[in-house]
Design a protein around this ligand. Structure first.
Ligand code: FES
Length: 106
């Protein structure tokens, strides 16, 4: 298990113990984090799981890949540390990661 802090759109911090191998989206939705609609169910086709990876953790998480890159290009809210939560699989390296929920409605 890895501890993750999700910051919801209103600034509320939710501390989550997440299983390695889940996606950030799954960890968020299973733990009642607000603002991640995950409308496509993790198929990389809605962008309602858009998050910003805070601080130095973006280097561990890495940049988006092809389809994800295309989806993020549609977002006006994209930043350098944007990822789609459904495309980021949790590893042991993520312990202590902070992830800010963007709250896109798709
Ligand atoms: S859940 Fe739809 S793109 Fe991530």
């Amino acid at each position: 298990m890895v501890n993750i802090t999700f910051i919801e759109t209103d600034g509320t911090e939710k501390y989550v113990e997440a299983e390695v191998g889940l996606s950030l989206m799954e960890a968020a939705t299973r733990n009642g984090v607000q603002g991640i609609a995950a409308e496509c169910g993790g198929q990389c086709s809605c962008a309602t799981c858009h998050v910003y990876v805070e601080g130095d953790f973006f280097e561990k998480v890495g940049p988006p890949q092809n389809d994800e890159e295309d989806m993020l290009d549609f977002s006006d809210l994209r930043k350098a540390t944007s990822r789609l939560g459904c495309q980021v699989m949790i590893t042991d390296d993520f312990a202590g990661i902070v992830v800010r929920v963007v709250g896109e409605d798709g």
